[in-house]
Design a protein around this ligand. Structure first.
Ligand code: ATP
Length: 253
């Protein structure tokens, strides 16, 4: 089943320069789809557009067959729960004044009316937070700490816990490990792979790290100057058929 279909999505910030230029692709249910390309090629803009965080100029966005590109905020609300994003910098994503448990409960408070929980049950706030921390392999005593009292890797696990707390179907991972050291990167990627399997998630995984993408993803998209110039299954990464730009990216890594 196709989870997400993008057709001819186009977005400009300034006249004559398209940040995203007629991009089309599909993302299957349960898939981890990689998106790579050099800095400034439009990856994050594409992500924000397909999540309807950023207005688009033209094109279509289908979530499980439903066109969502023109929905007003009220009709979009249920889709906001189904599609989540994890950003590069967990420090910016967490309110420094809130304890971890307060940050963790926030999405649930917003969306609980639309939830039909299957993975996490809400018997009490404390029990719910304990389940979330367990799911991202963090100790329960982190709940009472502030973001500055925990490590960068732990903060990123908290933002992942927030994203999964409302049981989304699709998560956009926008360079989720870029701010972490190599050991924490590997641990977070392993966790994300495990969560995709146990929670039946689909991912769009944006990264500069071709090695991580080829390990995590079943298919890979390559963007250059706003356009999608290559797409292939991960086992075809080193194939002779690859676009010359993809080969250039491979040679850099
Ligand atoms: N809010 C904005 N206002 C104006 N221009 C923007 C805005 N966001 C992005 N751009 C421009 O759009 C283009 C695509 O940027 P984008 O951040 O999507 O690229 P990216 O591939 O995600 O880069 P990176 O890998 O560095 O995050 C760039 O030319 C950028 O300067």
């Amino acid at each position: 089943m196709t989870m997400l279909t993008i057709k001819n999505l186009t977005k400009s910030y300034q006249e004559g320069k398209k940040a995203v230029d007629h991009v089309s692709f599909g993302l299957n249910k349960g898939e981890c789809l990689g998106l790579v390309g050099e800095s400034g090629c439009g990856k994050s803009t594409l992500a924000r557009c397909l999540l309807r965080i950023e207005p688009i100029d033209s094109g279509s966005i289908y979530f499980k067959g439903e066109a969502i590109e023109s929905l007003d905020e009220r009709r979009l609300h249920p889709y906001r729960k189904k599609m989540q994003i994890v950003f590069q910098n967990p420090s910016a994503a967490l309110n420094p004044k809130l304890k971890i448990k307060e940050s963790l409960i926030d999405p649930y408070a917003q969306f609980h009316k639309e939830l039909t929980p299957s993975h996490f049950s809400f018997t009490s706030k404390d029990a719910f937070i304990k389940q979330l921390l367990e799911a991202v392999e963090l100790p329960a005593n982190l709940a009472d700490k502030y973001p500055h009292e925990i490590s960068g890797g732990q903060r990123q696990r908290v933002t992942i816990a927030r994203a999964i707390s409302i049981e989304p179907e699709l998560i956009v991972l926008d360079e989720p490990t870029a701010s972490l050291d190599v050991i924490s990167q590997r641990a977070v990627l392993t966790l994300l792979t495990k969560l995709r399997e146990t929670l039946n998630l689909s991912y769009l995984f944006i990264s500069h790290d071709l090695a991580a993408v080829s390990q995590m993803c079943q298919r890979i998209l390559v963007m250059k100057e706003g356009q999608l110039i290559d797409q292939f299954s991960s086992d075809q990464l080193f194939s002779e058929e690859r676009h010359s730009y993809t080969k250039e990216l491979i040679s850099i890594f």
